[in-house]
Structures are given as structure tokens and as C-alpha cells.
Design a protein around this ligand. Sequence first.
Ligand code: AP5
Length: 191
Amino acid sequence: MKLLIMGAPGAGKGTQATALAERYGVPAISTGDIFRYNIANKTPLGVKVKAIIDAGEYVPDDVTEEIVAARLAEPDCDAGFLLDGFPRTMHQVHFLDTYLSGRGEQLDAVVSLLVEPEALVQRLLARAEIEGRADDNEDTIRRRMEVYAGQTAPLLFHYENKRLLVEVEGTGTVEEVRQRMFELVDARVEA
Ligand code: AP5
């Protein structure tokens, strides 16, 4: 099973990714988590991307694609994966399409979590108070949302045209969203 989970900043990708990955027995791979791990550990990659991420901009495609390629080459991805936060640009879409077609594989479904923009800002401001994530301040949140709208939201048309898109209303409790997502993804992959 090869899945993507997409959505604006704060839509709930990370919250829902683990359960969805467990349901289908595949690893959940979050590019944001990989970058934050490297930043926390002050690795060369972390040093390179920290200011970019703190400003709410996207890490360059070549850097991001290199870490995704390395992660997908690990044995736990042999039976599939759930990518959270990748792809985010058309270049990354082509990278993934090329990677999969080179292996004679294709995606099974692309989950898109839908939440109103103001609700997203409130969620991320609330998280800033609890977790203190460096990019969860109001200016950076709004910049992340602009970058998402300009560069990532259009990618959904690509997956809609490929009949892979599973749109999930992302408002409600975490459990409500999860059940809604499970039902829709189950129906898609069993169809
Ligand atoms: P990333 O970590 O992917 O950040 P993001 O897309 O901004 O998403 P978040 O992690 O903020 O939100 P989420 O949708 O995962 O929601 P969550 O479940 O956490 O990327 C960070 C940065 O890394 C990017 O800005 C970029 O710079 C860089 N990067 C990453 N990938 C890249 C790529 N491919 N190319 C280039 N650069 C890349 O939930 C948010 C909050 O809401 C939490 O507090 C949660 O508890 C709460 N919540 C979740 N669900 C609900 C609910 N149903 N009701 C109420 N609250 C909820």
C-alpha cells in the first residue's frame, strides 16, 4: 500500500498519519519530522534547513528529494509507505512519479484533509503554547499557509486527475476525522 496524506499546515496530517499507516501496515514518513529531528540534533542537514523552516519557506527540492529517496530505500518500505508532507511541489510530484514508475509501482490513494484556514491558525497557535514549535508563530503560520496555497494546493488537481484523491473533512474530533478517513480510504482501496 502506497499512500500520501496531504493538507494545509495544521490540517492534521501528523495526527492522522500514524493510525492510517498502522491500519495498512506501512511506515509513516514525515519530511517535517525528519527535518525537525535533524535540526534538534544539529546535523549538517539540520543546520542547512533550520532558517528556511523557521521562516515558513520550503526546503529546496533537491535536498528534500534526497532524504526521501534514502528513506524509501530502507527495507521497511518494501511493502509500501505513507508519505506525510511529501510531495509539496510539482518537481517533487515528478520525482515521486518517476521513482514509482521505475519500480513498476503506483500510488493507491492520496488523502487530502480539508480544514478552514482560520481553524488551522487557531490549532497551530494553540500548539505553539504547548510545544513551542519554532514555526508556530502567527507570522510564520500565515507564510506557511501562503506557500501551501501557492505551491502545494495545486498538486491536488494532479492527483484528482489520476483519480487517486480521497478528500476527508478534517473538522471534528480527532477520532471523528479518523473514522471518516478510514471509511473513505478503505472504500477507495477495496474498489
Ligand atoms: P510539516 O511538519 O509537514 O508542517 P506542516 O505542513 O506545516 O504541518 P504541521 O505539522 O504543522 O501540521 P499537520 O497537518 O501535520 O497537523 P498536526 O497533526 O500536527 O513541515 C514543516 C516544514 O518543513 C515546512 O514548513 C517546510 O519548511 C519543511 N518541509 C517539510 N516537508 C517538505 C517538503 N516536502 N518540501 C519542502 N519543505 C518541506 O496537527 C496540528 C495541530 O492541530 C496539533 O496540535 C494537533 O493536536 C491539532 N489537531 C489535529 N487534529 C485536530 C482536530 N481534528 N481537532 C482539533 N485539533 C486537531
